[in-house]
Design a protein around this ligand. Structure first.
Ligand SMILES: Nc1ncnc2c1ncn2[C@@H]1O[C@H](COP(=O)(O)OP(=O)(O)OP(=O)(O)O)[C@@H](O)[C@H]1O
Length: 273
């Protein structure tokens, strides 16, 4: 269970990264969605006990992220966006070192590491120095570490940024099958739709929408997205929403699309306000 109440973060230079964020979620996978600078990473860092909020509270797995941070850290794993592997060490070495540092025996660390590397598609390169892996493979090493940890809750900050389409599907499959709960941030609407039961959308540090995909799309139920009518090429600001039956009657070159979570950003404006 994740309970966030009035969470606010004002950085030293006065930037308000989070502004009274409040939500609860008991989902297996929760996605935090938002454009660049929306406050996603700030929230992940606070929830995973790496950054103190300016005000407000958050409880993860029933534990307060400030007063019970030590206890909470034994039950979570957090993979930051900027994580870089040690160049001379291999994926297998990364995983086994990580698991033994978390208290597992060498035997079980090796077993879990091998399982995770196979599952995520890194088995072939398990013994290569990470310096010799592609950027996407390096990213997957960290997702594999989280997978192998069997932690109660895993924070993944943009786990699929920079991955090719096949690697992205491999990581999606891992996230779907993982036994741990997961909180992930993403820019990709389809990722949030595919993986999570609950979604929190942030815009400029505020919650602009929250709930299941179905709940978020309820205001657009029965409508389609119209991107152009007749010969007129219309820009993003001219996108409109219309009842599906009415849209079918329109003759011309209108581009009619089903609605998706992306449309919530459009409805809430460019800046998510
Ligand atoms: N250490 C810091 N000091 C001052 N401002 C910061 C600091 N870290 C982040 N910010 C600002 O806080 C806001 C939220 O940043 P954050 O990194 O949380 O956004 P994000 O949604 O994760 O963005 P992205 O998708 O680009 O990673 C931004 O305006 C950012 O410039």
């Amino acid at each position: 269970m994740i309970e966030v109440d009035g969470l606010t973060k004002v950085y030293r230079d006065g930037t308000v990264a989070l502004d009274h964020v409040t939500f609860q979620s008991n989902a297996k996978v929760l996605s935090v969605l938002g454009r660049n600078g929306a406050g996603k990473t700030t929230m992940m860092r606070i929830l995973s006990t790496q950054l103190l909020p300016s005000s407000g509270t958050a409880r993860i797995l029933g534990l307060d992220v400030i007063s019970e941070a030590e206890k909470l850290r034994t039950r979570i794993v957090s993979i930051p966006q900027e994580a870089k592997p040690v160049g001379f060490a291999s994926p297998l070495e990364h995983l086994t070192m990580f698991l033994t540092a978390r208290g597992e025996s060498i035997k079980s660390a090796l077993e879990e590491s091998r399982r995770a590397l196979k599952e995520i598609g890194l088995w072939e390169v398990r013994d290569k120095p990470c310096d010799d892996l592609s950027g996407g493979m390096k990213r997957k090493v960290f997702v594999a570490m989280a997978l192998a940890s069997n932690a109660d809750l895993i924070f993944l900050d943009e786990p699929t940024t920079g991955l090719d389409p096949i690697s992205r599907l491999e990581v999606w499959s891992v996230i779907k099958n993982i036994s741990s709960r997961v909180v992930l941030t993403t820019h990709y609407m389809e990722e949030a739709e595919e993986l999570s039961q609950d979604i929190v959308m942030l815009g400029k540090g505020k919650v602009i929408a929250k709930g299941t995909k179905e709940e978020l799309l309820a205001p657009l139920r029965g409508k389609v997205r119209i991107e152009g009518i007749g010969d007129r090429l219309i820009g993003k600001t001219q996108i409109s929403y219309m009842d599906e039956n009415k849209a079918k009657e329109i003759v011309g070159k209108a581009v009619i699309k089903p609605v998706s979570l992306e449309d919530l950003f459009i409805l809430h404006g460019e800046d998510g306000n």
